[in-house]
Design a protein around this ligand. Structure first.
Ligand code: C5P
Length: 399
């Protein structure tokens, strides 16, 4: 994907710098040439030797190194790149960029470049939320600087909130999106989202509790990576994302029909909270309250399992099928069993017991279960979960 592209990677001084070594590896795996530049503070966290070894390239650290300047001056260094990536971008680096300061090699390169700049901020939550930092972020966005993250979650300093640097694969996706049309360009991804409503009569229904927030964030994140998204949604609380092909349905049976009609797809993600049962024979007219107080008896029929149906298709099964598993207990065991039973490739498992506050909230804590095992993600915003999952999907589809 990145063959022939040259990335100038500026590594700032933050604990997240260790992830930048993995980032170098991931970028090179995709064919990019990486030239690392490490700030003075960055060298407290990673050594030029490690970065140089992984990049198989010279590492630059000093503005006033005559040997470096003789080889490639800082102006040339900044111009030779196709993209400048700053990861981790500390509060200090963002401040320098926004203020136009150039007092070391990194900040001078950032001033001298005429290429796009992508920053992956990483800092303590209060530093990120400080009005000065937010002012700088606004200024930089206005200057056309691209941002990836920060993510929300537990931080090395023991606090919780936005400030964690994006994961290397998310940064890779953002690099690909900045340099080309997006890693998922030309890929068709199907997403189901929201609850389904199963009619009892024309005015009443049964449903699962689901806001549609996670599925919507996912549709948005996949579209941002260039995917052609078909978004099959039940009646959700949140509006569908922009830039996707929306198919609105009510019931599970309608959802299955819409899903089948949307195939073939390169990947299908089933985030909808589909009702397991429907009322066997819904009434065409409103069921009247009985004057004598006798209660209606509802008979249920089982709904089709859309995820299992698609996972087990003999012909036309999408190469990557992802299910969700909302559990209230034994999350890992139940989700692992569910992956096997349904036949999907990945299960995104989460604990929705009331004390987690996840149901209907803005955060999620998921474990991604695949053939390779379980990957526990820290608690983070549903948008961040969506972006990380979209990056994983892009990684799996674009090899
Ligand atoms: O079986 P359970 O509902 O816990 O499984 C959850 C996963 O299966 C989700 O990905 C959900 O979208 C999908 N599902 C489905 N059709 C059903 C029930 C669940 O696609 N009828």
């Amino acid at each position: 994907m990145l063959a022939g592209k040259h990335i100038l990677l500026i590594i700032g001084g933050g604990i997240a710098a260790f992830k930048s070594l993995d980032l170098i590896r991931r970028l090179r795996e995709r064919g990019a040439e990486v030239t690392p530049v490490i700030t003075k503070a960055g060298q407290e966290f990673v050594t030029p030797l490690s970065a140089s070894g992984l990049a198989a390239n010279k590492v630059y650290t000093d503005l006033f190194d005559l040997t470096d300047e003789a080889e490639m001056g800082h102006i040339e260094l900044s111009r030779a790149a196709d993209l400048v990536v700053v990861a981790p971008a500390t509060a200090d680096l963002l401040g320098k960029m926004a203020g136009g300061l150039a007092n070391d090699l990194a900040s001078t390169l950032l001033m001298a470049t005429d290429k796009r700049v992508l920053v992956a901020p990483a800092m303590n939550v209060r530093m990120w939320e400080h009005p000065a930092c937010q002012r700088n972020v606004e200024t930089l966005k206005g200057d056309g600087v691209l941002f990836v993250g920060p993510n929300e979650g537990a931080m090395a300093c023991g606090e919780f909130g936005p400030g964690r640097m994006s994961e290397p694969l998310e940064i890779v996706s953002a690099v690909e999106a900045a340099l080309m049309d997006g890693p998922l360009k030309g890929k068709h991804v199907l997403v189901t989202s929201g609850p389904t409503h199963e009619p009892i009569d024309p005015v009443r229904y049964i449903a699962n509790r689901s806001s549609g927030a996670q599925g919507t964030a996912l549709g948005s994140a996949l579209a941002a990576l260039g995917a052609d998204v078909t978004f099959v949604t039940g009646p959700a609380d949140v509006p569908p994302p922009d830039g996707v092909n929306v198919v609105k349905v009510q019931s599970a049976q309608e959802m299955l029909k819409a899903v089948k009609a949307a195939l073939p797809a390169d990947a299908a993600v089933f985030a909808a909270a589909v009702a397991d049962w429907r009322v066997a024979s819904a009434s065409n007219s409103k069921i009247k309250k009985d004057a004598k107080g006798s209660l209606p008896v509802l008979k249920f029929a089982e709904n089709p399992d859309i995820l299992a149906t698609v996972s087990q298709m003999k012909k036309g099964r999408p190469p990557l099928v992802v299910g969700f598993a909302a559990e209230t207990d034994d999350v890992m065991a139940n989700a692992t069993a569910k992956r096997a039973r349904k036949g999907c490739d990945w299960i995104v498992a989460n604990d929705v017991s009331p004390e987690t506050g996840i149901m209907g909230g803005t955060e999620n804590a998921v474990t991604l279960i695949s053939e390779g095992g379980a990957d526990v993600w820290p608690r983070m915003g549903k948008d961040d979960v969506a972006r990380q999952l979209a990056a994983r999907i892009a990684d799996a589809l674009v090899q």
